[in-house]
Design a protein around this ligand. Structure first.
Ligand SMILES: [Zn+2]
Ligand SMILES: [Zn+2]
Length: 266
């Protein structure tokens, strides 16, 4: 049972940034090491590297994602999750996450982008509703990325509770305040529904440069304005973040994770 203690007048203590891009995406400007160092400077205990899936122009190839297994579990004092921002490709909810990469990916953010979601086609509300309902069924997906876009509007009332039932985190994306301002009205409507239906959310930077890692000021202001229950914000508490990782990922089974937790490293 979630107690609806709202955020009015309070600040949140964020502990993780779970959506960011490195130079491997080729339209982002910092290295993985720089991104993780930025998360460490914020005092975060976890971060996910989520470069774009194969369909995005300039995206890294399969060898990049498969080889992420070489990355240390704890890097610069930060729990590192190997992830991808996968593109939703069609109304059946298919993603560009390759099967050979899927076994390595611990943190999949599923998003719709103009260049990769049936470019040139005008989508109906029903089409996008169907696509998200299908994505909700995909156990690999943890986060529903920046779903407030005007061009990909859908039946929020129907789909948002479904995301909650299937354990997906609805993302409040700080990058939207910079590059998708037209979506903000929809984002607020989505957050109101998350509050009403007690659907868990995550605030992410979607940083494409290290300076933006962990910068959540505008997202936090929106949540405060909505008097959003902090208990539903998964990355505003270490315990909540760990609880989600335990429930939906295999990361806590990694001996290096256990060692870092018992050793007090993270
Ligand atoms: Zn995106
Ligand atoms: Zn992104």
């Amino acid at each position: 049972m979630i107690c609806a203690a709202g955020l009015k007048g309070k600040t949140m203590n964020f502990v993780a940034d779970m959506h960011m891009h490195t130079i491997a995406s080729t339209h982002a400007y910092s290295t993985l090491e720089e991104m993780i160092a930025a998360a460490a400077r914020k005092g975060f205990f976890a971060a996910a590297i989520t470069d774009h899936g194969a369909a995005m122009p300039g995206a890294p190839g399969t060898w990049y994602f498969q080889n992420m297994k070489v990355l240390p579990r704890v890097f610069n004092g930060v729990l590192l999750l190997r992830g991808q921002e996968s593109n939703v490709l069609d109304y059946e909810g298919n993603l560009d996450l390759l099967p050979e990469d899927a076994s390595v990916m611990e943190w999949v953010v599923a998003s719709m982008h103009g260049p990769t979601m049936m470019p040139g086609k005008k989508h109906t509300w029903q089409d996008i509703t169907e696509a998200w309902l299908q994505v909700a069924e995909n156990p690999l997906v943890k986060v529903i990325g920046h779903c407030g876009s005007e061009e990909f509007a859908f039946d929020y009332e129907k789909v948002i509770p479904e995301f909650g039932r299937k354990g997906k985190l609805v993302e409040l994306n700080e990058g939207t305040f910079r590059v998708r301002k037209k979506s903000l009205k929809n984002c607020a409507a989505i957050m109101r529904l998350c509050k009403r239906h007690e659907v868990r959310i995550i605030v992410d930077s979607d940083a494409h440069v290290s300076a933006h890692v962990g910068e959540f000021a505008q997202g936090e202001a929106l949540l405060r304005e909505l008097d959003f229950p902090e208990e539903l914000v998964v990355n505003s508490s270490r315990e909540r973040m760990l609880e989600y990782l335990r429930e939906y990922t295999c990361v806590p089974e990694d001996p290096a994770f256990k060692e870092a937790v018992t050793g007090g490293v993270i």
